[in-house]
Design a protein around this ligand. Structure first.
Ligand code: GAP
Length: 503
């Protein structure tokens, strides 16, 4: 991760927000290459999800909606994470990410068990190992004889009231300062209008999904859709995460791409759910994520909300662990029913076949743009040893972005910058390519160095304009990023290659 975060800043993908003021935890800025990559991810999703389908339409709802929306959706009452405070250090932890264990020792003489204290650790790739190490160290320090029982990690939401005071704070290492977990609402509040009192409280949306439910009737009334159909939206969401972490993976301001797919109340929801899981997985592969890094996680039935029929997450193997990338939820007709009841506006669909009215059910694939961004960075990043023509081995850093999402598709390089005829020809091609694609012109430095600079930002192809281009057949050298192979190609062939790969 360190190498990826450092490359992101150095090459202008992602900067900490408010960097000159020391950054602002949980907020990020996307630099010149980052905005291109992000826009390409969004565009691919929008084209494949909306424009290239007959059954899905788009929407852009407002970020601040009527506060009643969030009451009806259940977010005011229930959009919470369990929070634990450390009174000594003023640090705050998500209770389900703070693990602890009793340290138990067995006396070999009479097999009696004794608890000699508690250990705690923040969730990591190796939480159990961290706790075990701390338990062994405690036993050594306290010079207790006997055999240590293998620890069983529990998180703070599982702590008994009498245990809370005995669990050490991760900040101080001392027990006695942690509070009992309490529900912390993650919605950012603001005030709308000139009055700042209870009546003007509103929220920055914590998900884009509610916009689709609230505008469901408006979309149906425009007459362009018939069940089954979907409404899709891309936009910013905001959550006051207790512990934003892992770079842009969990932040406080992020972007979502969500789609609500409305189906008949009697439709086979499990089939539709499965189809959408498969669609999402294929789409991720189509933008270049390695299939080997993608797995599925089915939420256990007992942990689902009462209205939910099933939720499956597509997980990605990030460097910090296998984590949720895309959630696909079967939400029944809960949301439309809630808004119909709260607003008093009926949300029925009339079934011509049965002559009955019903409220449609919904399948919801919801993904974060920033999480896909991080996945393509992590999945594409490689450091390799390469040998040049003289036999020297050097390191190259390469981002193997799929051409669909690569911020720059082609770099145009005149072989020599002091030969006006080469420069002119290179600029001609550059100008023609630029009309359709994000391309980059670079005439500075040795050609090998220019290739490396493009490898590092994930440009799939470089073309070099040389003397053969102007003196012979007009072809130029095409150099491929991944294989580093070079071949001669005409301008028409280059456009055909791009047409095929960038869609
Ligand atoms: N409407 C359903 C919904 O919002 P969610 O699982 O809370 O479901 C959907 O969020 C997706 O949004 C997640 O799978 C993840 O990709 C992204 N996401 C959620 N919280 C995020 C955060 N704090 N930072 C970045 N991405 C986030």
């Amino acid at each position: 991760m360190e190498a990826i975060v450092s490359l992101s800043k150095r090459r202008g993908f992602v900067f900490p927000s408010s960097d000159i003021y020391g950054g602002f935890n949980g907020f990020f800025d996307y630099g010149p290459l980052g905005v291109e990559l992000k826009k390409n991810i969004r565009d691919c999703w929008w084209n494949d999800m909306v424009r290239r389908r007959e059954d899905i339409v788009g929407l852009e709802s407002s970020i601040i909606m009527h506060p009643k929306v969030w009451q009806a959706s259940g977010h005011v009452a229930g959009f919470t994470d369990p929070l634990v405070d450390c009174k000594a250090s003023k640090q705050r932890y998500r209770a389900d990410q703070l693990f602890f264990s009793a340290v138990e020792v067995v006396n070999p003489e009479d097999n009696s068990k004794q608890i000699i204290g508690y250990v705690s650790a923040l969730e990591s790739e190796n939480t159990a190992g961290d706790l075990q190490d701390k338990a062994e160290s405690m036993k050594r320090k306290k010079a207790v004889r006997g055999n240590l029982v293998t620890i069983t990690p529990r998180d703070m939401t599982e702590a008994k009231p009498e245990e809370i005071a005995l669990i050490p704070s991760p900040a101080t290492g001392e027990p006695g300062s942690l509070t009992e977990p309490r529900a912390f609402n993650m919605m950012f509040e603001t005030h709308v209008g000139a009055l700042r009192d209870e009546s003007s409280v509103s929220y920055l949306r914590p998900e884009t999904a509610q916009g689709m439910f609230v505008d469901f009737k408006n979309v149906v009334d425009t007459g362009r859709v018939k069940i089954p159909f979907g409404i899709a939206q891309i936009g910013k969401s905001f959550r006051n995460e207790i512990t934003p972490r892992n770079f842009i993976f969990r932040s406080r301001e992020f972007e979502q791409m969500e789609m609500e797919y409305f189906i008949h109340e009697d439709a086979d929801w499990a089939k539709s759910h499965r189809e959408w899981i498969n669609w999402c997985k294929s789409w991720l592969i189509s933008i270049g994520l390695p299939e080997s890094h993608l797995t599925e996680y089915n939420h256990p039935q007992e942990k689902l909300a009462f209205y939910s029929k099933g939720t499956t997450d597509i997980m990605f193997k990030y460097p910090f662990g296998v984590q949720e990338l895309w959630g696909i939820a079967a939400r029944g007709n809960y949301d439309l029913t809630q808004h119909a009841n709260a607003s008093g506006v009926p949300h029925f669909i009339f079934d011509e076949a049965t002559k009955k009215r019903y409220i449609p059910h919904v399948i919801e694939p919801a993904v974060g743009v920033d999480r896909i961004f991080l996945a393509v960075l992590c999945g594409g990043y490689a450091e390799e040893d390469v040998t040049d023509e003289k036999g020297n081995v050097e390191k190259r850093t390469v981002l193997r972005f799929n051409p669909r999402i690569a911020p720059v598709k082609v770099a145009v390089l005149p072989l020599l910058k002091n030969k006006p005829e080469l420069v002119q020809r290179a600029l001609d091609i550059y100008t023609r390519l630029k009309r359709r694609y994000a391309v980059f012109y670079d005439e500075g430095g040795a050609i090998g160095r220019r290739y490396r600079r493009q490898d590092e930002i994930g440009t799939p192809w470089c073309i070099t304009i040389d003397f053969d281009t102007i003196e012979k057949d007009g072809t130029f050298t095409l150099r491929e990023r991944d294989s580093m192979q070079q071949r001669r190609i005409t301008e028409a062939e280059l456009f055909a290659l791009l047409e095929e790969a960038v869609y």
